[in-house]
Design a protein around this ligand. Sequence first.
Ligand SMILES: [Zn+2]
Ligand SMILES: [Zn+2]
Length: 299
Amino acid sequence: MFEPTTPRTQARTNRIGRHLPTSGGLKKTLRLAREQGLETIQIFVSNPQGWAVPAPLTDAGAFIEGAREIGLDPVVVHAKYLINLASPDAEHRERSARALAAELVAAGSLGAALVVVHSGSHAGSGEEKGMERLVEGLVRARELAPEEAGADGVAKLAEPLVENSVGAGTQLCSTFDALAWVAERAGVRVCVDTAHAYVAGHDLSTPEGARRVASELGGTLGERMALLHLNDPRNGLGSHRDGHERIGEGHVSREAWAEFFRGVPGVPAVMETPYATPETDAEQVRLVKELAGGLSLSR
Ligand SMILES: [Zn+2]
Ligand SMILES: [Zn+2]
């Protein structure tokens, strides 16, 4: 009988990118993306630490065109850190939903498909209440978005992704189960931050651990996993303290990263790691591509 031989190596399926600054203008952002060999990027469209709404963009058309030329897909926006859709304070909740709606519009007008938003915290009002509010807030933000877009509208609104937390204090969704609960009820997909997962207690630091965590992700979130925030944890397992190191410089071994990638095929990965020199940053991207299965992307 003829037995087809399984190929020993498979082409890489995870698109690799990183968060890039926009301070020098979007043209510069695209230049950095090209120089570093990125296949996906994440940016802010407003000050993440303030409530000011995203400023109208004059060079959106050129950015969309440039991103397409480089092949950046997806383009991701990270929403404001101030947003807390789970807040017990009704005013803060509404402000958060409006702010997220504005980001969905601004991202959409830039051709960005995804907006990552933190799961927020219940601030002492209880986890169950907090999670219900978070679900309502995600629904509300999407309802508000067309209104935020105004009369001119936007070609396509971006899709919100809810991100797992480190589980500090009253933060929600530090477990994959909680994240899945919220995502299912709100009808949204998720972003999984590997550093957050680790400090929240998911041990992916060894090849066996990484295999287990990836399979847990597949089982609990599966198709809902739209993005990875690919960060090497600076702090200890279960410490609930955030901190991002460059890949290979935190608690997760290189072998573990390679194993982890095998368990999450096709999920794009965006690093939010410290910037260094352009050369070192490009080198880091190459390393991650190698760990994810090789320099060339499968078609
Ligand atoms: Zn985040
Ligand atoms: Zn983080």
